[in-house]
Design a binder for this molecule. Structure first.
Ligand SMILES: [Mg+2]
Length: 303
């Protein structure tokens, strides 16, 4: 029987999702619950660091700025290439020392400690792959030690491998549909996390519609005022223009039309149920403290 590419990706996900025990802090039973945290651009300033390194390595003119990161998938933005070329460029960035060059996101360390002080366990769920584990753990050991109970690698970029022979637009779409997003929801379920803090609007949407049992209204705190998460896409209103790589839009002369559509959607500001925006770590702490208060009130009312 012919298998669709979606089937293949799903099978890959099952085998590639890796649980790494990573740096362990003692798991304290009886705590209030687990909060899952994304890594790139929630804990470490990955894209801001890429802006600098991109200029050093690839010399795109005019040089990239953070504003060019309008989509979570780099090949949909200026300064990259086809999905395959982009994967190669990202590998070069990592070889060039991206791990350790990325500073922590402002307020992350203090914020994480506040969440622990409030009584929550913390786990990282990152779309990085197993072969990035050692660089990732070096970074955490340096900047955010003794905070996390678990680190889960969902191996996102590896998922491009089985779709290489497909057409590039198709490859990009499949990467979005299949990738870390669904497995992030699965890992949230497996770790019984109360919610996920993530900067990807795609992850936020995906987790928001996931069907695992969840006691809370909010499943995701969508982190940061970043250009790549300014829109949360409702798949029922997504147009083919928004599925195109940057080169495809450029070739067809659709860049301006795309910009107009983007502005319109940003203005609409649609958010799925279960997703709330938090612009920085101070806001995360405020949100969780408020949640914690209302939760203990509910619990004491129940007694
Ligand atoms: Mg991220």
């Amino acid at each position: 029987m012919a298998s669709t590419s979606t089937d293949r990706i799903d099978q890959e996900e099952d085998t590639e999702t890796i649980l790494a025990s990573g740096l362990t802090t003692p798991s304290r039973k009886g705590w209030k619950g687990t909060i899952a945290v994304d890594m790139d651009d929630v804990l470490c300033q990955t894209n801001a660091t890429i802006v600098h390194m991109h200029h050093e390595l690839f010399d795109t003119q005019p040089p990239l700025t953070l504003a060019d990161f309008k989509n979570y998938l780099y090949w949909m933005n200026r300064g990259w290439g086809t999905p395959e070329e982009t994967v190669g460029m990202v590998a070069k960035l990592y070889q060039g020392g991206l791990y350790m060059r990325a500073p922590p996101v402002e307020g992350a360390k203090e914020g994480l400690h506040r969440l622990k002080d409030l009584g929550y366990n913390l786990v990282i769920i990152t779309a990085r792959s197993e072969n990035q584990r050692s660089g990732t753990e070096d970074w955490i050991a340096e900047y955010l030690p003794d905070i996390f109970d678990e680190i889960h690698f969902t191996g996102a970029f590896q998922h491009l491998e089985p779709t290489r022979e497909e057409k590039e637009g198709h490859v990009a779409r499949k990467a979005v549909v299949s990738h870390h997003k669904r497995s992030k929801a699965e890992i949230i379920h497996k770790t019984s996390s109360l919610f996920l803090i993530d900067d990807s609007s795609e992850n936020a949407y995906d987790v928001s519609i996931s069907t695992y049992p969840h006691e809370l209204e909010t499943k995701v705190l969508l982190f940061g005022d970043y250009p790549w998460n300014a829109i949360v896409h409702d798949p029922s209103t997504k147009t083919p223009l928004e599925e195109m790589t940057y080169f495809q839009k450029q070739e067809k002369g659709l860049l301006d039309e795309y910009e107009n559509l983007r502005k319109e959607k940003i203005e609409k500001g649609w958010l799925p149920k279960g997703v709330e925006r938090v612009s920085n770590w101070n806001k995360v702490v405020e949100w969780v403290a408020e949640f914690d208060k209302s939760r203990s009130n509910t619990q004491s009312n129940d007694i």
